[in-house]
Design a protein around this ligand. Structure first.
Ligand code: URA
Length: 438
C-alpha cells in the first residue's frame, strides 16, 4: 500500500477500507510515515469525514497500536468515565470513590490538562506525595484490595492517538467529530473498559460549542461502543459556567473532599450523583434498585455514612499521598495572596462565562499552555455565584487565590468580561441537556 493513495482516496471523499486504515495506523505507530503525509491525511478526514464503519476501524486500530489492558482477572465488570473537559470539572475525584463505596470497583487511568481545563492527574498531585505512576500488577492489586485506583495513562496506551493528536493540535484538525470520537474511545477501549459513561460538555467553556455538535459527538461515541461491544451512556452537560465553585488544582481537591464529606450541595453534587448513577446502572448495580430515585438515595447514603470519603482516603493512603491534607483540607498548598472580586452592579447574573473564568485562573498559573509548563497547584478562583443568582453591587463574586501579585491585573481583566448582570430575573442553566444510550 502507498500512503499517497490513502490520502488521495480520502481527499476525494471515498471511504477507506478496513485494511487501509489498519495499515495506515500501523505505519504511523512505527514512525514510518512523515508528518506532512499524516497531516494531509488528517486534513482530508477533517474535510471529508468518515462513515460509521471507518470510525470504528480507526478506533480499534488506534486501540491496538499499544498495550491493551486486560482487567478481566481483576474486576467483574470494568467501568470507566470520561469528560470531554470542563472548567472546574473535578467530578472524577468524587464519583470514583462514591461508586467504589457502593460496591462497584473502579480502576481508571486519567490524563493531564492542557490549555485551560486542568487534568485529574494535576489535581491529584495537589495532595503531597500522591503517586500517579501506578501500573502493571500494582494497579491491579490495588483495584482488588481496595476497589479503587486512579493512575496516569501509560505512554503505551494507544500511542497512535498520541502521534495523531500532536499533529491535529498544530494543523487545525482537532475539531473533527470522527477524529475526536476515535481518539477518546480508542483510549477507553485500550484501558480495558467494558462500560463507559461519557460526559460530553457543551457551551462556551467546552470543546463542543453547540448542542447539535455535542449530540453528534455523543452519538458517534455511543455507536463506537455498540460496534466494539462496549456499553456506553453519553450525557450532555452544561459548560457555559464553571462546574461547582473551585477552578484551580488544590482548590478543586478541597471542593471534592468537602463534597465527599457531605459539606457541599449544589450543582457539583447533583452532577456527581448523575454521573455516578449512570456508572452504577452500567455496572448492573442498579438492578437491585427500582428507579433513579432509589439509586440516588443509595449514593446519598454513601456520602452520609462516610463510606465514599473513607474510600477516597484509602486510595490516597494506597498511593502514598499525605492523608492528613485530606482530613484537614486547609493544609493543602495555599496561595499567598487572597483577593476578593466584587460585583460591579446589582442584578441577576446572566453570564458567568466559563472560558473567561478559566483564562482568569490560567493567568494566575493554574494551567499549562505547553506540555512542559509547570502548574502552580495552589492558585485559582472560587466562584461564589451561578447564572440566575441575584447579587447586590459590592457582593463577593469571586475569591482570587494568587501567588504572584503581578498577575492579578490580567486575571481581573478576564473576570471583568466574564460576568453580565440583568435587571430582570434570569433562568438558571440546566445541568444536563440530553442522555444518549445505545
Ligand atoms: N480528548 C481526546 O482524548 N481526544 C480528542 O481528540 C479530544 C479530546
Amino acid at each position: 500500500m502507498r500512503t499517497v493513495d490513502i490520502i488521495t482516496k480520502k481527499r476525494d471523499g471515498l471511504p477507506l477500507e478496513t485494511e487501509e486504515i489498519n495499515w495506515f495506523i500501523e505505519q504511523v505507530t512505527l514512525g514510518a510515515i512523515p508528518d506532512y503525509q499524516i497531516a494531509a491525511w488528517l486534513m482530508a478526514v477533517y474535510l471529508r469525514g468518515m462513515e460509521r464503519r471507518e470510525i470504528i476501524d480507526l478506533t480499534l486500530a488506534m486501540a491496538r497500536s499499544g498495550d491493551i489492558l486486560d482487567l478481566s482477572d481483576t474486576l467483574a465488570y470494568s467501568i470507566d468515565k470520561h469528560s470531554s473537559g470542563g472548567v472546574g470539572d473535578k467530578t472524577t475525584l468524587v464519583v470514583l470513590p462514591l461508586v467504589a463505596a457502593c460496591g462497584v470497583p473502579v480502576a481508571k487511568m486519567s490524563g493531564r490538562g492542557l490549555g485551560f481545563s486542568g487534568g485529574t492527574l494535576d489535581k491529584l498531585e495537589a495532595i503531597p506525595g500522591f503517586n500517579v505512576q501506578i501500573a502493571g500488577e500494582r494497579f491491579k492489586a490495588q483495584a482488588r484490595s481496595i476497589g479503587l485506583v486512579l493512575a496516569g495513562q501509560s505512554a503505551r496506551l494507544a500511542p497512535a492517538d498520541g502521534i495523531l493528536y500532536s499533529l491535529r493540535d498544530v494543523t487545525g484538525t482537532v475539531p473533527s467529530l470522527p477524529l475526536i470520537a476515535s481518539s477518546i474511545m480508542s483510549k477507553k477501549i485500550a484501558a480495558g473498559a467494558q462500560g463507559v459513561v461519557l460526559d460530553v460538555k457543551v457551551g462556551r467553556g467546552a470543546f463542543m460549542p453547540t448542542l447539535d455538535a455535542a449530540r453528534d459527538l455523543a452519538q458517534i461515541m455511543v455507536n463506537i461502543g455498540k460496534d466494539a461491544g462496549r456499553d456506553v451512556i453519553a450525557v450532555i452537560s452544561d459548560m457555559n459556567q464553571p462546574l461547582g465553585s473551585a477552578v484551580g488544582n488544590a482548590l478543586e481537591v478541597m471542593e471534592a473532599v468537602k463534597t465527599l464529606r457531605g459539606e457541599f450541595t449544589g450543582d457539583f453534587l447533583e452532577h456527581c450523583l448523575n454521573i455516578a448513577g449512570y456508572m452504577l446502572k452500567l455496572a448492573g448495580r442498579c438492578e437491585r434498585y427500582l428507579d433513579a430515585a432509589e439509586t440516588r438515595s443509595v449514593l446519598l447514603q454513601a456520602f452520609k455514612d462516610g463510606s465514599a470519603f473513607a474510600k477516597f482516603r484509602e486510595m490516597v493512603i494506597a498511593q502514598d499521598g499525605d492523608v492528613s491534607v485530606v482530613d484537614e483540607p486547609s493544609r493543602l498548598s495555599q496561595a499567598r495572596v487572597i483577593v476578593p472580586y466584587y460585583a460591579p452592579l446589582s442584578g441577576y447574573i446572566s453570564m458567568a462565562a466559563a472560558e473567561l473564568i478559566a483564562q482568569a485562573a490560567f493567568e494566575l498559573g493554574a494551567g499549562r499552555a505547553t506540555k512542559a509548563d509547570q502548574i502552580d497547584l495552589a492558585v485559582g478562583l472560587e466562584v461564589h455565584v451561578k447564572v440566575g443568582d441575584y447579587v447586590e453591587k459590592g457582593q463577593l463574586l469571586v475569591t482570587i487565590h494568587a501567588n504572584d501579585p503581578n498577575k492579578l491585573d490580567a486575571c481581573m481583566a478576564h473576570l471583568q468580561r466574564a460576568f453580565a448582570f440583568s435587571e430582570t430575573p434570569v433562568e438558571r442553566l440546566p445541568l444536563f441537556y440530553d442522555v444518549i444510550e445505545s
